[in-house]
Design a binder for this molecule. Sequence first.
Ligand SMILES: Nc1ncnc2c1ncn2[C@@H]1O[C@H](COP(=O)(O)OP(=O)(O)OP(=O)(O)O)[C@@H](O)[C@H]1O
Ligand SMILES: [Mg+2]
Length: 233
Amino acid sequence: MAFVEFRDVRKIYQMGEIKVAAVDGMSFDIEQGELVVVVGPSGSGKTTLLNMLGGMDSCTSGIIRLDGRVVSEFSPKELTDYRRYDIGFVFQFYNLVQNLTALENVELAAQICRDPLPAAEVLEQVGLGHRLNNFPAQLSGGEQQRVAIARALAKNPKLLLCDEPTGALDYKTGKAILKLLQDTCNRTGRTVVLITHNSAFTAIADRVIHIKEGKVEAMEMNARPVPAETVEW
Ligand SMILES: Nc1ncnc2c1ncn2[C@@H]1O[C@H](COP(=O)(O)OP(=O)(O)OP(=O)(O)O)[C@@H](O)[C@H]1O
Ligand SMILES: [Mg+2]
């Protein structure tokens, strides 16, 4: 059994009379410790896929498993625990608490967890050991995204889910964040899923899932993922 399994997963949104199939029968597997890049054009269903995998949205039909448990059959209480203990999220626009310092943002997330990692240590690992006491407004976009990544990692999650984590960053900073995610995967063996519409990012992945119009168009494995710092786009 794979670490993550999607089996014929569908998500239909009802908008008045109209039904939108955001995810229209997706099946794929992810193995533990992989860096997975999910790539596809705008509106192809990437965020919907990630939200269902992260327990933020339910699927209309199909089966989603993580680590042997059937997420798609979880009760609301089980979903809360799942989001809290098993999943770390990183978003395009960081979503930090503005009136808390970097350290406090990470500690806040760690507080709701069973087995958190030390906040200051994780911030150090993402290169922010010298910025612990700064507020988000005093940090650059790339630094704020590092805090968001530290916040997700401090939860010690089974899965790190990142939705366009470089979308708001310039080229150089975006590249540094990609490198951080790849290093995190390689060093800690954590399973990382990264959503992007930039097909250049596929070169850094162990596994690439191509999405089109709510379906998996293709999936491939990279025998030799390239280091993130060498990717050009
Ligand atoms: N809550 C919702 N209600 C209705 N339709 C939705 C909802 N969320 C997403 N959709 C639709 O489902 C489709 C897939 O959306 P999704 O956000 O998953 O795409 P995406 O691949 O993440 O796009 P982008 O790259 O622009 O972020 C789109 O047509 C979108 O309009
Ligand atoms: Mg999206």
